[in-house]
Structure formats: structure tokens, C-alpha cells
Design a protein around this ligand. Structure first.
Ligand code: CMC
Length: 427
């Protein structure tokens, strides 16, 4: 007999089952709450609400643990490549050599994007934010791939997944190239997934593409570190949109919009802009620390704090090391890296940040690496989306395969009670 939790209200006691996850996380299953008590729970921001049971990603914010399908993020970042991780997240197991080769082949076979899509891209001004462009283009893909996915067909589901994994990087590269005034190009099937992305983004029309293994490795690692993060804002968006049985592309497009916000994926752009502002202000980190702590000032130290990690963000540790390695290997120096390190040191010793358990998150150092790789600041969040794509797909697939009900929270109404209508002339 499993444990139960009791709730007593006005002398009536109700019992609810307690659910235990494989990592001993406990949850009170309140599915029957409203039926048995007439009440609902109120939890703005879902700080205490589990929206689903999921077997994809485990994270423990107190201990700084992140695992995809049981494998530690540290091991995956060290030994796996992004395509293997994508397969792992989506299908649950690391691929065999044959499975990986087939996955790669099937993605390549779908990497053509209809030329008509270029007209849609053409409609955007060059100055449009790439996150808005990429969300729109992902949505526009539906028009060119209109067949809906039969989720009970493994084949259908697989086809939709490889199509998106194939076409999304093309859209990302087109978005980047348009901003840079470069001709829109296609990929090169002889290259690996990440290398191909790099080539598609950066190849100059009049120059041979030069592969730099260091750059590809750094990019690969960054994408792995961003690949999933359980029920964050954009992933919850993907799941909730998909729960209405909206298609995969529509659900992902919604996720991209959610990711754009500066409190979520948009933080990587905001961090770089903040570091630049500090540099332009003679490196005055103290001033920005004071602003971050001032409750009258809306400014927050971007790249600091996390809803779940209250110890450290394991991704930030890996990225910090990687930032040092990338800059060292490319023989580059970036004054913003020094400012970031100084800011981190100050914050970690400051009682305001210590008390609130605010640590650098994944976005604090990622921008430094993107910058070193020649990626413009406005593209940073798009790179995050590129990394998060397999995670969103995995979560959408899991949600549909589990046959989850449509997501539809309730509310506590605090508006006017019934009042008589007043005609216009009487108001
Ligand atoms: N700078 C200054 N104070 C902060 C910060 C920060 N970056 N983050 C949180 N706090 C304070 C906040 O003011 C509050 O103080 P008090 O208890 O006195 O009211 C306390 O810490 C708790 O903050 P919260 O906003 O209730 O925490 P949350 O879990 O709702 O928010 C967060 C998490 C990530 C939105 C927030 O820490 C934040 O805004 N950070 C900056 C943006 C950022 O870096 N986002 C990237 C997140 S990681 C990647 C991703 O998910 O996309």
C-alpha cells in the first residue's frame, strides 16, 4: 500500500496518494482534489506543481545534478556528440552505430527546405529579431509539410521528428545569413550534424569552408548542455500546446517564443549586453551589483539565479571551463570574460546572493563562447533553441505517447461579482 497525504478542511479529512519517482521525489497526487473537496490548488509560476510524470531528464537543484535518461551531463558533454544525445533524449537509449548512422542518414534525406520559404524570410526586415523570425519560419513550415502526425504510428512520428531536426538548422542558418547579407545556402551531406550547421551559417560565397575541430567541438558541447531541462517555461509551453493535439511544428514554434524571454533563453543575449554595458562603464561591477540588490531597481544580474538550481548549475561549471579552453585555443582574449569572472566572484561572496542561493546559470558564460565563435549576440538565443530542439521533441513525443489530457489550469477568480449591465447613455 503506497503512502497517502491527508488534507483536513473544516473538519473533513481527505486522503491523497503520494507518488514516488525513481529518484525518490515525492508528490501528492491531487487529481481527485476538486471532486472530493470542491477546492483547487493555487500555485502561480507552478513553483510546487508537477505537471507530468516524465522519464527524460532528471535534475536535482539542491545537489546540482542534471541527467538525460540517466546519464550525467558531465559524461555526455565529455563523450557523446549532439546527434547521439538528441537520439537518446527522443528515443530513450543511446543509439548503436547502426541506429546513429540511420538517424543521420534520415535527417540528411529531409534537409531540403522548400524554396518558397525564402519568400517568407524575404518579407522580414533585416533588423527583425532572429527569434521572431525563426518562430515564424518554424510555424510556416507547416504549410509546406501539412500532413498531420499520426502519433500511434511509430513510423509517422519518426518521420516528423527527422524532418524537423533536418529543416530547423537550415532555417537557423538562413536567418543568420539574411542578417549578414550572405546568400542563402544548403547544407553539405558529407558533414556531421553540427559541422554542417556551422558550415551553413558561416560559409562565405567566395571562400572554401575551413573546418576548425575546436570550434565544432565547442559548439557541439554547448548544444548538448542546452538539449533538455525538464519542465522549464518553453518545454512546458511545447507540452501544453501539443496537449491540444496541435502538431509538432506548431508546438515547437510556441516553445521558441517562450524561450525568447530574457528570464529564460533570452538571458544569454541579456548577459552579454550587461557585460558590455559594465565594460563601457569602466568595468564598474560594484555599481551593477548594487543595482541588482536594489529592490527599487528592476535590474537583475542576468545569468544569475535559477528556479530549480539552488546550489550550482552543473552546466555553468562545464561552460565556464569550456569558455577558458575555447578562448585559449583560439588565442583570443575577451575582456568580458574577465568581467564575468569578477562579477561571479563578487556575487558568490555577497550576502544578498548567498542568502537567496543565486549562482551563475547556463547563460552566464555561454555568450562568451558564442562570441568567440563569431556568432552575433542577437543569434545567441537561436543557438539555445537549436540545442533545445531535441528536448522539446522528446517532451512532445512523450506527452503524446502517454496520452496526456489537454493542459488547462484553473484559476481563483478575483474580479467583479455579478452586476447589472449599464447602457452606454447611463455610464
Ligand atoms: N539578480 C538579482 N536578484 C535576483 C536574481 C538576479 N538575477 N534572481 C533572483 N533574484 C532575487 C529575487 O529578487 C528574489 O528576491 P526576494 O526574495 O528578496 O524577493 C529572490 O532572488 C528569488 O527570486 P525569484 O524571482 O522569486 O526566483 P524565480 O525562481 O522565480 O526566478 C529566475 C528564477 C531565473 C527567473 C531569476 O533568478 C532571474 O530572473 N534570473 C535572471 C535571468 C536569467 O539569468 N535567466 C536564465 C535562467 S537559466 C536558463 C533558462 O532557463 O533559460
Amino acid at each position: 500500500m503506497s503512502d497517502t497525504a491527508q488534507l483536513t478542511y473544516k473538519g473533513k479529512t481527505m486522503e491523497f496518494p503520494v507518488v514516488e519517482g525513481t529518484e525518490n521525489e515525492l508528490a501528492i497526487d491531487i487529481k481527485a482534489l476538486r471532486a472530493s473537496s470542491g477546492m483547487i490548488t493555487l500555485d502561480p509560476g507552478y513553483k510546487n506543481t508537477g505537471s507530468c510524470e516524465s522519464a527524460i531528464t532528471f535534475l536535482n537543484g539542491e545537489k546540482g545534478i542534471l541527467r538525460y535518461r540517466g546519464y550525467s551531463i558531465e559524461e555526455l558533454a565529455e563523450h557523446a556528440d549532439f546527434l547521439e544525445v538528441a537520439y537518446l533524449l527522443i528515443f530513450g537509449e543511446l543509439p548503436t552505430k547502426e541506429q546513429l548512422a540511420k538517424f543521420d542518414h534520415d535527417i540528411k534525406a529531409e534537409s531540403h527546405v522548400d524554396e518558397e520559404m525564402k519568400k517568407i524570410l524575404d518579407g522580414f526586415p533585416k533588423s527583425a529579431h532572429p527569434m521572431g523570425v525563426i518562430a515564424s519560419l518554424t510555424s510556416a513550415l507547416i504549410a509546406f509539410n501539412p500532413s498531420s502526425v499520426n502519433v500511434s504510428s511509430e513510423k509517422d512520428m519518426y518521420h516528423a521528428i527527422v524532418r524537423l531536426l533536418a529543416k530547423f538548422p537550415v532555417l537557423v542558418s538562413w536567418t543568420h545569413r539574411k542578417r549578414m547579407g550572405l546568400p542563402l545556402d544548403y547544407g553539405d551531406d558529407s558533414l556531421g550534424y553540427v559541422e554542417n550547421i556551422h558550415k551553413m551559417m558561416f560559409k562565405r560565397p567566395n571562400k572554401e569552408y575551413q573546418k576548425n575541430p575546436l570550434v565544432i567541438e565547442a559548439l557541439d558541447k554547448l548544444l548538448i548542455l542546452h538539449a533538455d531541462h525538464e519542465q522549464n517555461c518553453s518545454t512546458s509551453t511545447v507540452r501544453i500546446v501539443g496537449s491540444s493535439h496541435a502538431g509538432l511544428f506548431a508546438s515547437i514554434s510556441a516553445g521558441i517564443s517562450a524561450l525568447w524571454g530574457p528570464l529564460h533563453g533570452g538571458a544569454n543575449q541579456a548577459v552579454l549586453e550587461m557585460l558590455q554595458a559594465i565594460a563601457d562603464d569602466d568595468g564598474d561591477t560594484k555599481k551593477y551589483m548594487a543595482k541588482a540588490k536594489d529592490k527599487e531597481d528592476p535590474f537583475r544580474l542576468m545569468g544569475f539565479g535559477h528556479r530549480v538550481y539552488k546550489n550550482f548549475d552543473p552546466r555553468a561549471k562545464i561552460i565556464k571551463r569550456s569558455a577558458d579552453n575555447v578562448l585559449g585555443s583560439l588565442h583570443m582574449e575577451d575582456p568580458l570574460l574577465e568581467i564575468a569572472k569578477g562579477l561571479e566572484k563578487e556575487a558568490l561572496e555577497d550576502p544578498y546572493f548567498v542568502k537567496r542561493k543565486l549562482y551563475p546559470n547556463v547563460d552566464f558564460y555561454s555568450g562568451i563562447i558564442y562570441r568567440a565563435l563569431g556568432i552575433p549576440v542577437e543569434m545567441f538565443t537561436v543557438m539555445f533553441a537549436l540545442g533545445r530542439l531535441p528536448g522539446w521533441i522528446a517532451q512532445w513525443r512523450e506527452m503524446r505517447l502517454r496520452g496526456e489530457p489537454i493542459g488547462r489550469p484553473r484559476q481563483v477568480y478575483i474580479g467583479e461579482t455579478l452586476r447589472p449591465f449599464k447602457k452606454l447613455e447611463d455610464r
